[in-house]
Design a protein around this ligand. Sequence first.
Ligand SMILES: [Zn+2]
Length: 267
Amino acid sequence: MDCSVCTTMPLILRPPRNTICGACYEAARSIINMMNKLETQKAIDNSNGSPASPANSCKNGVTLSDAKRWCSEQKDMVLQQIEDMAFLRSFVDAYKQQIHTDILVIPGDSASPIPAHKAILATRSEIFKNMLDFDECKAAPNNTIVLPELKYKELESLLEFLYSGTLAPEKLEKHVYALILAADKYEISHLQKHCERYLLNSLSASNALDILEIAETCSNQQLMETTFNFLVENIRDIVCSSRFEEFARKCPHLNVQLIRASLNSSK
Ligand SMILES: [Zn+2]
């Protein structure tokens, strides 16, 4: 079929050049549907959560030319966000170059303390804020804070995340368990989501038992459910692993739930 959209030379087609193939039609429909959903959501957000009134929503629905305008707006927005992020990265420089640091964060493995900024700690975690407020009440302010559960490298990664809002994949991979526990303890929800996303994406037969244990410790419901269902589906591989014996000894309650769910699902 001579499609006037995806053909490489539309000019050789006979006028009025308005034929369109199934693939282009479907793609155009899904772009328009996606745009309609976004416009409706925007109208709901603008009206503070109440359902969009007919006046706010698009009467005739969006067209492909709206989609083109929207893409261009999105591009500008992304460029703006990249610039904003670059501006905020100056916090990371202040941390790395130790510019005007005012507190020493001490890890639990008796390694050297890491200089940081109270303001960053206090704005990233309500728990840190309370710890620092409490210190300020003392007669002689103690400019140290101890995070006993973190080793030096784990603490370094936590601080890097607090300053930059992100972490290199290799650091996340290495310290994800320590970081998700710290995120839970110090109520750093952005870090919690970051670690949760990483663990869900890397879920496999070799790490699922560790993830289930961590998810239970952090009371992370979504991580627990997904990991639990994964374990039930792959129970044959899991029970044969040496890790399973250790898990059964350490978490007998989870082990019982897992065996029951597996037996029920195989009925
Ligand atoms: Zn086409």
